[in-house]
Design a binder for this molecule. Sequence first.
Ligand code: MLT
Length: 277
Amino acid sequence: MITRKQPVTMMYSKALIKPDGEVLNYSDTSSGNEVLVFIHGYPFDQSIWKEQVIALSEQARIITYDVRGYGSSSKGKEKFSIDLFADDLIFLLDSLQVNKVIVCGLSMGGYIALNLVKRYAERVKGLVLYDTQCYADNTIAKAKRYENIALIRNGGKQKYLEDMCKILFSPVTFQQKYEIVKQTLNLMLKADDDVLMRTLEAMAERVESCSILAAIKIPVMILCGEHDMLTPPEKSAFMQQQIQGSVLHIIENSGHLGHLENKEAFNQHLNNFLKSF
Ligand code: MLT
């Protein structure tokens, strides 16, 4: 008898308690041959993937989680770093007894995904680099992060996040889908000041990943919004040139968050990628 996997209609999150008492909050659709892990960007949480969990749950087992300090994951006392974020994800996968995964990382999530490929290559069987880049921060970008840390420290979180929101979306989203802008800003405002500052420092101090791209031999799909101002298409094109066999798709009418701004195109690309395994 052929049993068809039931579609998922909601995300249910669960708390994983780590040995040090810290909480890692995740959701897991629990069945499917391939396992697809979504890693959110800064400063969001796993809820930004809810449409993808619903749309793709018949194609794969879908795991999403709140990066340390975001959503319902606790922040802990350790200094934040991209290494630490990647270690958290490995802890989650080990706890779920999941060995090899396809990873889709958005922006900072892409930094974490590339870190996994660098340090835990044997755990990654496919990679989606979504609105992200392989470069480390240059001097100007680094200085801007520390300026923003000072702004937040001085009570400027709201202004900082409102300004960030202004460059996240495409003109079409601002004109025709403004509810996405409002919902995203509300989500961003939930982030804790200390977590924002610690993450900015982690991103400022991250190392580049461009030098590992030529050695990647797994299937890689690169997605980028045509109007992405934070990680523009040139940065994706560079990664595509470096990774043999990788494909790049530009998502129309999208800025930095194509999975919300043009979810039909985004989901279709993910669907096609999953079918290739
Ligand atoms: C993100 O969307 O995760 C961040 O904007 C990435 C960054 O600031 O480098």
